[in-house]
Design a protein around this ligand. Structure first.
Ligand code: FES
Ligand SMILES: [Fe+2]
Length: 465
């Protein structure tokens, strides 16, 4: 990490192995303006940030901006196999080159060249200044192209996502993403395309919003209706900067290979042919047509006709997935060659440091990204989107839609999650709040997040209770 050395915090946890003990972390990460300021100087400029999907800019000259804190980055396609990224600022007198429209959270478009709206300096897609009005007035000083070119930002892609890093000396993207990238590679996320995408502004810190999607411990309290069709005991684990959670069994003897993932049977003690369908159907209908696919729901519906009563849960899952795979193949969607062991190891949902959550499945993923809203630690931009494999030429290509955080726009489950956001942010300010008590087994992803944040920010790390 090439960022300013963080301030050491004496008794903060520094190792992943220590995360399974009872820990607490402070609320300054969510509430303090100083902390938010340190994120601007110590975190965002030094991490690889997910800035969009490769499909956002398919043609040469297509661009998007990625905005965080005071920084804005332009990402542009310069060749069929090349992306470039620049700081969104004119080298002349500092005007933003590309304006983000009011009430939008990014800009998107197509340019053959980038012309500044102030004095008309013009830049090629390669970042070089092409036109400077009255350049001779500078008496040769601008003849060095390094003085006038756009400021470069590192850009790379993985899993179909575009990532940028403002730190010229940063480690390669792949190194930053490991071991998450290696564990998720078998899902071939790069072959999925947007199904829908929506965004909203919440009255809470970006971490408050993200953490609502980092553990399944809240299902019992928040999504009470889901207990009818599934068991929601979960595990949570750190993988370096990143973390994973998955379903678990309090009784280890009934664990199945894929039982940690979203493709599992439903409630234990119920005929798995029925429970698998009930669970899949519930997810699809209450998580805004995401978290699974129509193919998987339909194949699960047939289980009761295709398998005899008493079929073991592992065999039900194997049959279900094989028939869904055949259904998809018949409509032109090939599944990745992923093994049950790989699915099981990948669990249910990942936190990709610092601000992304991914709930992955064999042909789909439900993803979240949160960012600070300006300088205010009490507000954030929240984006969620579903990606899925589609037959060639049938990708829906939806644009971002601003959607009020209601059941009507997001489905019951996400609306329930949203109902906690501002309430948690407010509650943490209470003088009666004695400090966080994260679950050492089920919420390690959250403590790992604060452990890693502290490495950058220099404060706020988890410590033993
Ligand atoms: S600030 Fe861009 S041309 Fe002057
Ligand atoms: Fe939830």
């Amino acid at each position: 990490m090439n960022h300013p050395a963080p301030v050491a915090t004496a008794d903060a946890i520094s190792r992943e192995e220590e995360l399974d003990q009872p820990l607490t972390y402070g609320v300054e990460a969510f509430l303090s303006r100083d902390y938010a300021e340190r994120e601007k100087t110590h975190l965002w400029p030094f991490v690889w940030q997910q800035a969009g999907r490769v499909e956002d800019i398919p043609h040469i000259g297509d661009f998007i901006t990625h905005d965080v804190g005071d920084d804005s980055i332009i990402i542009v396609r310069t060749a069929s196999d090349e992306l470039k990224a620049y700081h969104n600022v004119c080298p002349h007198r500092g005007r933003r080159l590309i304006d983000v429209p009011p009430r939008a959270h990014h800009a998107r478009g197509h340019r053959r060249a980038i012309t500044c709206g102030f004095h008309g300096w013009t830049f090629g897609l390669d970042g070089e200044a092409r036109h400077i009005l009255d350049k001779q007035d500078w008496k040769g000083c601008l003849d060095d192209p390094a003085r006038t070119r756009l400021s470069d930002v590192r850009v790379d892609s993985w899993g179909g996502w575009i990532f940028i890093n403002m730190d010229a000396d940063c480690a390669p993207l792949r190194d930053f993403l490991e071991p998450a990238a290696g564990i998720l590679d078998p899902f071939e996320l790069e072959k999925m395309r947007y199904k829908w995408r929506q965004w909203v502004v919440f009255d809470c810190n970006w971490k408050t919003a993200l953490e609502a999607f980092m553990e399944a411990y809240h299902v019992t309290g928040t999504h009470t209706q889901m207990l009818r069709n599934g068991d929601y005991y979960s595990y949570s684990a750190a993988y370096g900067l990143h973390g994973v959670s998955g379903f678990d069994q309090r009784d280890a003897t009934v664990r199945t290979k894929e039982g940690s993932s979203v493709t599992r049977t439903g409630k234990s003690g119920v005929d798995p042919r029925l429970s698998t369908y009930d669970l899949q159907n519930e997810i699809y209908t209450t998580v805004n047509n995401a978290g699974t696919t129509e193919t998987l729901v339909n194949a699960a519906r047939r289980l009761v006709d295709e398998l005899p009563e008493g079929t073991a849960p592992e065999d039900v899952i194997a049959h279900w997935l094989a028939s869904a795979k055949a259904d998809d193949a018949a409509r032109g969607i090939l599944w990745p060659g992923i093994t049950p062991e790989q699915t099981g190891k990948a669990g249910l949902a990942w936190h990709v440091f610092p601000n992304v959550a991914v709930l992955q499945g064999v042909t789909f993923a439900l993803c979240y990204r949160t960012r600070p809203h300006g300088d205010d630690p009490n507000r954030c931009i929240f984006e969620a989107y579903a990606i899925e494999r589609f037959p060639d030429g049938e990708e829906p290509k939806p644009d971002w839609v601003y959607a009020e955080p209601t059941e009507e726009h997001w489905g019951l489950v996400l609306a329930q999650d949203f109902s906690n956001m501002a309430a948690v942010q407010k509650g943490m300010k209470s003088r009666g709040f004695r400090g966080t008590l994260p679950n050492p087994h089920q919420e390690q992803k959250v403590t790992n997040f604060h452990r890693n944040l502290a490495q950058y920010i220099g404060m706020g790390g988890p410590r033993p209770i």
